[in-house]
Design a protein around this ligand. Structure first.
Ligand SMILES: Nc1nc2c(ncn2[C@@H]2O[C@H](COP(=O)(O)OP(=O)(O)OP(=O)(O)O)[C@@H](O)[C@H]2O)c(=O)[nH]1
Ligand SMILES: [Mg+2]
Length: 268
């Protein structure tokens, strides 16, 4: 059944996950990928349809005791509960993990996203441009197992991109640095070339840098809400409020994420 589901490879299913799912398949479970999460309510895609899903009581107790709650991008093993509801029984091992430190806890890590192949670290070439912050983000992303790529967006607001690039310094030798203007529509083909069939790319970066605007341009529709960050409302304003995995027609998956203030609580 798993082998005969063409929707699964489109969601990023491959030999890695198939090998780890074998025991669950023998138990009669089905594989699905988590598209979004709202507390303990998950939206899972099984290659054919989206299902609202919750954790089984046993899985939930285990996760509360030892950690291991599913995150957006995770593959899980589930049983259908009704036509559009499912119960999640197990989490498949992750190929990559983007995580951050939990405030007030030296060892705990919060998983932001799982099974991401490429991380677009988006920064705006406006007055918020902060090369040191980009360097810190890149350093933090290197541990994830995913490949970080820096996207310098809003080139239309930057009088001299060469000067800005020079400020980025040596990280340019370790990661690719792309330039784009989501509103002017430039640099998008280079971004799109990283979004390969069956692969997942996540957009991370501070609020207001244009992550959702780029995603809408790639999708060719205004799917994600976008907007200017209101300083009057203060630092807490994020237009995107939840992580979400969005299949791109023609192949690949895009993950939108809320603006990141810091990857750890130890300052910016
Ligand atoms: N001038 C200019 N503005 C842009 C560009 N890309 C995005 N913007 C604007 O920047 C603002 C923020 O864009 P969003 O896409 O909502 O930013 P975001 O990174 O998704 O922000 P959060 O969801 O809060 O994390 C919007 O008003 C966009 O129109 C660009 O290339 N140039
Ligand atoms: Mg957004």
């Amino acid at each position: 059944m798993v082998a005969g589901n063409p929707g699964l490879p489109e969601l990023g299913w491959n030999d890695f996950f198939a090998g780890r799912f074998a025991a669950h398949e023998a138990d009669g479970l089905r594989p699905g990928r988590i598209l979004t999460q709202e507390k303990l309510l998950y939206l899972v895609h099984d290659g054919k349809a989206e299902l609202a899903a919750e954790l089984s009581g046993r899985f939930r107790r285990e996760a509360e005791r030892h950690g291991g709650f599913p995150a957006v991008g995770d593959w899980v093993a589930f049983t259908p509960h009704s036509e559009d509801h499912a119960i999640i029984h197990a989490l498949l091992p992750r190929r990559t993990v983007i995580s951050r430190k939990v405030a007030g806890d030296l060892t705990a890590e919060q998983v932001i996203a799982a099974n991401v192949d490429t991380i677009f670290l988006v920064a705006g070439l406006d007055q918020e441009f902060n090369p040191r912050r980009i360097e810190r983000y890149v350093a933090a992303m290197l541990a994830s197992g995913a490949i970080p790529v820096v996207v310098l967006n809003k080139t239309d607001l930057c009088p001299n991109t060469t000067t800005a690039l020079a400020q980025l310094g040596p990280i340019q030798t370790t990661v690719a640095v792309l330039q784009a203007s989501a509103t002017a529509g430039t640099g998008l083909d280079a971004i799109r070339s990283y979004v390969r069939a069956g692969e997942t790319v996540a957009f991370v970066g501070s609020s207001g840098v244009g992550k959702s605007t780029i995603i809408n341009r790639l999708l060719g529709e205004e799917r994600q809400e976008t907007g200017a960050v209101s300083r009057a409302v203060g630092k807490g304003r994020h237009v995107t409020t939840k992580r979400e995995l969005i299949p791109l027609p023609g192949g690949g998956l895009l993950m939108d994420t809320p603006g990141l203030r810091a990857l750890s609580d130890r300052g910016r």
